[in-house]
Ligand binder design. Structure first.
Ligand code: CA
Ligand code: CA
Length: 294
């Protein structure tokens, strides 16, 4: 190799791709212009991965159209930028579009009861997996969940009538505080400011809507000041936590990566946590859905 070749190969090593550390919003890809400067341009939907897809990767848009993947949806949205249609197009929920039945008032009242219990069970599952594969929880989180895990009073995982869930919340109120705060912290990461934007809430909402038809109405009602943001206070009030218990700092950790793969139904829970993100795969049958509970 002559000196010029050596210089050229060294330069190549020293000059990383400018696009490498140039993040783009969903639906856009980094491209270099003639001056070799990076910028984010709309991705072509046809260039999104489209082989070996399963229904799990399909998403339903707010235009009630099924898109092969979220990449296809956001690429389409990007190309519609500046139009009313583009402004209104969002990811509504995971999976192909389907009929979502209206949420009855009785169902809406029961929703937080079942969701609180589900959050508690998700944390307990993480705790058990963390005992086998450490790293899922921080030491502080582990200490908090251990109290919950070791509590003799706690309602064990199972299929419970809403009346029992309500009674348990009254009796063991303190056991539900941390799971509610923990879930908020998982979502509040872009940025971590004690407020959830539509896109921060999306991983939870999009996964739950196809299985829990009250999800959208529930979160819409939580936003009591109607500023399209969910503050920690609104979140806690929505889950029935008392005033004065909503200012404790949630214990935050980067488990958000796991979250988009987490699918669950409150009374018949399945969690799928992608191993590629450093989490374990979990399948847990929490209990059959009680027909009289919905
Ligand atoms: Ca936030
Ligand atoms: Ca609000």
């Amino acid at each position: 190799m002559n000196p010029v070749q050596i210089w050229a190969s060294v330069s190549f090593v020293l000059d990383p791709d400018p696009c490498e550390n140039f993040p783009c919003k969903s639906g856009r890809k980094c491209k270099l212009n003639e001056e070799m400067e990076p910028s984010c341009l709309c991705q072509e939907p046809a260039q999104c991965p489209s082989e070996n897809l399963t229904e799990l990767e399909h998403v339903c848009g707010t235009d009630n159209q099924t898109y092969q993947t979220s990449c296809h949806l956001f690429a389409t949205k990007c190309h519609l930028e500046g139009t009313k249609k583009g402004h209104r197009l969002h990811l509504d929920y995971s999976g192909p579009c389907k009929f979502i039945p209206p949420c009855l008032n009785t169902e809406l009242q029961q929703f937080p009861l079942r969701m609180r219990d589900w959050l508690k069970n998700i944390l307990l599952q993480l705790y058990e997996h963390d005992s086998v594969t450490p790293g899922l929880l921080t030491a502080k989180q582990r200490a908090r969940v251990q109290k919950l895990h070791d509590s003799e009073r706690r309602l064990h995982v199972g299929s419970h009538a809403v009346e029992l869930l309500a009674l348990d919340f009254e009796k063991n109120y303190n056991l539900y505080i941390y799971p509610v705060h923990w879930q908020f912290a998982q979502l509040d990461q872009h940025p971590t400011d004690r407020v959830l934007t539509h896109s921060e809430l999306a991983p939870l909402r999009a996964s739950l809507v196809p299985m829990e038809h009250c999800t959208s109405v529930f979160f819409r009602r939580c936003d009591t000041d109607r500023d399209r943001l969910l503050s920690l206070r609104e979140w806690c009030q929505c889950f029935g936590l008392k005033h004065g218990k909503t200012d404790r700092s949630p214990d935050c950790r980067g488990l958000a990566l796991c979250f988009p793969r987490l699918l669950a139904r409150f009374n018949f829970a399945i969690t799928l946590i992608d191993e590629s993100h450093g989490c374990a795969n979990t399948h847990n049958h929490i209990g059959k859905r009680k027909r009289n509970a919905v």
